[in-house]
Design a protein around this ligand. Sequence first.
Ligand code: ATP
Ligand code: MG
Length: 456
Amino acid sequence: MGIESTGCTEVQQSGSGTRANIIPENDHPIRPGDLDREALKVLYRLRDAGFSGYLVGGGVRDLYLGKQPKDFDISTNARPGQLRRLFRNSRTIGRRFRLVQVFFRGNKIIEVSTLRSQSEYGHQDTRVLPANNTFGTLEEDAFRRDLTINSLFYEIDTNTIIDYVGGVSDLNDGIVRIVGDPDVRITRDPVRILRALRHAARTGFTMDQESFRAIVTHRDKLNLCPSSRIRDEIIKDLVSGFSRSWVELCIRSRVFFTLFPFYDQPASDEDGMEELDAILTVVDRLQEHGKDGSMHLPDYMLMALLLYPWLQRELHLLQRELKGGGYRLLFNDIRQALDASICGRLNIKRSGKEAMTTLFVNMPNIHRHQEKGDWPKWLKKKSYFKDCAKFSAIIAEARGGTAVNTDLFAGPIRPDEVQCANRHGGGGRGGRGSNPSFTEKKGGIFGLRTSRSSGG
Ligand code: ATP
Ligand code: MG
């Protein structure tokens, strides 16, 4: 790839003149044994076949920080066709940027992508770019990534980290910085706003000032992105265990009011969002508790919890009388409120909307019994009881009541469970989609709606 190891920490990348910082083994904490077996197998197979292979993205970031990565992504100079021949148990996904998923036992998937260039620069061009144009050098691949801390390559043979963008110093200094000119990078793909806020929330790092300013300036461009992509990103943050800091950052940058415009913008960051803050504190504690897979909160419940303070304010859920026509009335009010707030905007599946409605409409009853601490038999027999009791328990704790009994939530995800999003729908990563940056849907490389001007 034109990189020569000189034994010192800085070498010249041939071609473009950008200097890559090569961090030798002794100066970083990552060891081959930190990678999982399957990722190692892929890297060694690539090497044995004469290709270069690198651990990239969140895998390098998390290992550097001493955390367990969620997934191990690999980049290589091998083309998708060569990868398919090299890994027989694999498949190609993605239309514009093909990515190879290598399958291992136990449903394990390692995603291998060919190094690519910033083909997004051609995104005004509506013609399909020839496939060759998308492949790039290691350097180009570093510069097309979202954040400096996500743009590092770990090379297994020399046990070095290759850094073109200053990602290592940002990891050391605790800074989240968008790669390149943040105004341009966000305009090209506004979802990078959410990715930057996510990683600042998860790491507790400080947001680089320029990046933060660009986020605030361009936040409304998120409205140009496909709604399902935004929905999937929001769900990732709700389940992350860092939802409270995520919302805090979203409020600080005003991104929150772009995503959820029905929440009034408070005069100051501290105003008006205390209830949501308290709810998410409980949610994050439960997520931490269920990290081992012993329990989980379904996405429609998390979405409903996010909406609760607003809906309670709008509809006075807890105070509603259900007798007479009260139940029907409340039911209709909730359906209307959900349609007007998020269901259309975020392309929530009908079953997700129904599940949220069930949680809200039973709230008055469940809440009253929960306060008294008695559950009548007829209520316990209802199919909705368990879910509604969990939902209400979280809200009760957030309102200063007793701590949630985590046994209520025990049990792993059920295959038939209702989801807000199609579990294998596009827009996500891995099994959920083919490519992190690029939607496969028509309408521009990023699927940005072009009917409204993005202004950038
Ligand atoms: P996580 O721990 O959530 O997996 P991650 O950073 O690995 O975090 P992925 O969605 O797995 O996130 O993406 C892998 C890598 O792909 C990122 O680290 C980043 O380098 C790159 N990437 C993802 N989305 C974008 C984007 N919208 N623009 C540019 N690069 C992106
Ligand atoms: Mg990842």
